[in-house]
Design a protein around this ligand. Structure first.
Ligand code: GTP
Ligand code: MG
Length: 459
C-alpha cells in the first residue's frame, strides 16, 4: 500500500454538469471528512457505508462553503485503486472543481501524477499491466471495435494468453531440469517433446502478434486517399462515404483544388479519408499546387482509391495518375457505370490492372460502394492472419517484447541438441522473464513509469 494520499480532478476540463475529484490513500476518508460538512447534521463520511452518497458542502479554512457536493466513499480493497477512496462530485465548471480540489490539497494531500490512480491499482494487485494499459485504450478508443478490444483486454484476456505460453515453457523447463538434476535416472531429455513445446510457443506467439497487428488497425486507423483525374467523382465519393455534403461537387473539371479530410468509420476501422484535386497538367497556379498536394497525399496514404470514369475510357491523364500509385495498396473504382456510354469494359481492365481489385460502380446510384468498403477492409487486414482467430490488443511495448520472444524461440529450437542442458535452461528462463514483462510480473520501475506517463491526470 502506498503511503501518500493523492487527489486529482478525474473528469475532463471544461464546463459540464458535474466534475469528480478523486482522492485515494490511507487518509483519504478522514482528510476529506475534515472539509466536508454533511447536509444532515451529525453525520460523517467516517461512518458512511461504502458505495453510498452523502450530500453536503466542501468548506474552506474559514468554514465558508465552496460548493455543494455529493461524496461517495469506497473502502479498501473495494475501490479502483484498492485503497480507501473518496470521490467528490461537485458542480462542473473549471473554477468550482479547481477550488474544491484546492481545499482537498490543503489537507496535506498531494496532487496525483498522470496515471497514478491506475498505477496504484496495478501496484496493489487489482490490475495486471495489460489491464492497466487497457484503461488508456478504453479512454482513447475511436471506434466500437477498438473499444470492444480494449474492454476485453481490461477483463484480463491478455494474461490468459500469456499464461498459456508460460505453461508450455514451464513444461519444457521441467523436462530439462529433470535431466540436469537426475542425469543418471532420466538421461537425455526428450528432444522431440521439447521441440513440440517450442513449436507450440512459436505458433501461439505468431497468432498473438497477428491479432495484435489487426487490433492496431482498429486502434490507430488508416489513411485512405481518393484520387484520379478531374471530374471522375472523387468528391462525390467522399461525400457519400462521410454521409454529408462535405466537398463541393460540380460538373466543372478542377472543382476541388485543396485537400479535404474527413474522419469516418469503415467496418469499425477508423479512417482518415482524403479527397484530392483531380490530377492533370494545368497552367492554373492554384490548381498546380492542388495537384502537387494530391501527389503528396497519395505517397503518404495507406491505401488509395483510384477513380476512373467509365464514359471517358482510360485516358493519358488516368495513366499519369496510375503511375503515382503503389499497386499493392490500390483499389480501382470505375465510376459512373450508370451511364449508357461505356468506354471501359471488364475485358479491357483484366490485363491492365492485374492483382488490384477493380469495381464497376456508381456513386450517384450508390452501386458497388459496399463492395468498395469490403475491399478496403480486406486489403487493410490482409497479412494480419485470419479474422476472428484471436482478439487481443497489444501495446507497442508488448508487441516489441513478443516479437523478440518469437525470434528467440526459433533460435533456441534450432539449437536443440547442440546447446548444453544448462544453457538451454537459461534460455528458457530468459523467455519466461520476457513474458513476465508482458504480463507485468517482471517489470522494472522505469518501464512502469513510462507506461503510466501516457495517462491523463486523474486516471
Ligand atoms: N452519372 C454520374 N455522374 C456522377 C457520378 N459520380 C459523380 N458524378 C458527377 O460527376 C461530376 C463531377 O463530380 P465530382 O465529385 O465533383 O468529381 P471530382 O472527381 O471531385 O472532380 P474534381 O474535383 O474536379 O477533380 C458531378 O457533376 C457529379 O454529379 C456517377 O456515379 N454517375
Ligand atoms: Mg472534387
Amino acid at each position: 500500500m502506498q503511503e501518500e494520499t493523492i487527489a486529482a480532478i478525474s473528469t475532463p476540463p471544461g464546463e459540464g454538469g458535474i466534475a469528480i475529484i478523486r482522492v485515494s490513500g490511507a487518509e483519504a476518508i478522514a482528510k476529506v471528512d475534515a472539509i466536508f460538512q454533511p447536509r444532515v447534521q451529525g453525520r460523517s463520511l467516517l461512518e458512511l457505508p461504502g458505495y453510498q452518497m452523502m450530500l453536503g458542502w466542501v468548506k474552506d479554512a474559514q468554514g465558508e462553503p465552496v460548493d455543494e457536493c455529493l461524496a461517495v466513499v469506497m473502502r479498501q480493497p473495494h475501490s479502483y485503486t484498492a485503497e480507501d477512496t473518496v470521490e467528490i462530485h461537485c458542480h462542473g465548471g473549471v473554477l468550482a472543481a479547481r477550488q474544491c480540489l484546492q481545499e482537498v490539497l490543503n489537507q496535506d494531500i498531494r496532487e496525483a501524477l498522470p496515471g497514478e490512480f491506475t498505477q496504484r491499482a496495478f501496484l496493489n494487485g487489482r490490475l495486471d499491466i495489460s489491464q492497466a494499459e487497457a484503461v488508456i485504450e478504453v479512454i482513447r478508443a475511436r471506434s466500437q471495435k477498438a473499444l470492444n478490444l480494449a474492454v476485453k483486454q481490461l477483463s484480463g484476456q491478455n494474461r490468459r494468453y500469456i499464461e498459456k505460453l508460460e505453461d508450455h515453457l514451464l513444461q519444457a523447463a521441467a523436462i530439462i531440469e529433470a535431466s540436469i538434476d537426475f542425469a543418471e535416472d532420466v538421461g537425455e531429455p526428450d528432444y522431440e517433446q521439447l521441440e513440440e513445446l517450442l513449436n507450440k510457443v512459436a505458433d501461439e506467439l505468431q497468432m498473438l502478434l497477428d491479432a495484435g497487428r489487426r487490433a492496431e488497425i482498429y486502434r490507430s486507423g488508416i489513411k485512405v486517399v481518393i484520387c484520379g483525374k478531374p471530374n471522375v467523382g472523387k468528391s462525390s465519393l467522399l461525400n457519400w462515404l462521410s454521409g454529408r455534403n462535405r466537398a463541393i461537387v460540380t460538373e466543372i473539371p478542377g472543382t476541388t483544388r485543396d485537400i479535404i479530410e474527413e474522419y469516418i468509420n469503415i467496418k469499425g476501422i477508423p479512417v482518415r479519408l482524403i479527397d484530392t484535386a483531380g490530377i492533370r497538367q494545368t497552367e492554373d497556379r492554384v490548381e498546380t499546387i492542388g495537384v502537387q498536394m494530391a501527389q503528396q497525399a497519395i505517397a503518404e496514404a495507406d491505401l488509395a482509391i483510384f477513380l476512373l470514369d467509365v464514359s471517358s475510357g482510360i485516358t493519358a491523364e488516368d495513366e499519369d495518375v496510375f503511375h503515382c500509385l503503389d499497386p499493392s495498396r490500390t483499389i480501382i473504382l470505375i465510376n459512373k457505370d450508370d451511364l449508357q456510354d461505356k468506354q471501359i469494359d471488364a475485358a479491357q481492365i483484366k490485363g491492365r490492372f492485374t492483382g488490384m481489385p477493380v469495381i464497376f460502380g456508381s456513386v450517384q446510384e450508390e452501386q458497388g460502394l459496399s463492395e468498395l468498403q469490403d475491399h478496403i477492409e480486406m486489403m487493410v487486414l490482409s497479412g494480419c492472419g485470419a479474422e476472428g482467430a484471436m482478439e487481443i490488443l497489444l501495446s507497442e511495448r508488448q508487441q516489441r517484447i513478443l516479437e523478440q520472444c518469437g525470434e528467440q524461440v526459433l533460435t533456441v529450437r534450432g539449437l536443440l541438441g547442440m546447446l548444453s542442458l544448462d544453457c538451454l535452461a537459461v534460455e528458457i528462463g530468459l523467455l519466461l522473464d520476457s513474458l513476465g514483462e508482458v504480463s507485468g510480473r517482471n517489470l522494472k520501475a522505469e518501464v512502469l513509469d513510462r507506461i503510466f506517463k501516457d495517462f491523463c491526470i486523474g486516471k
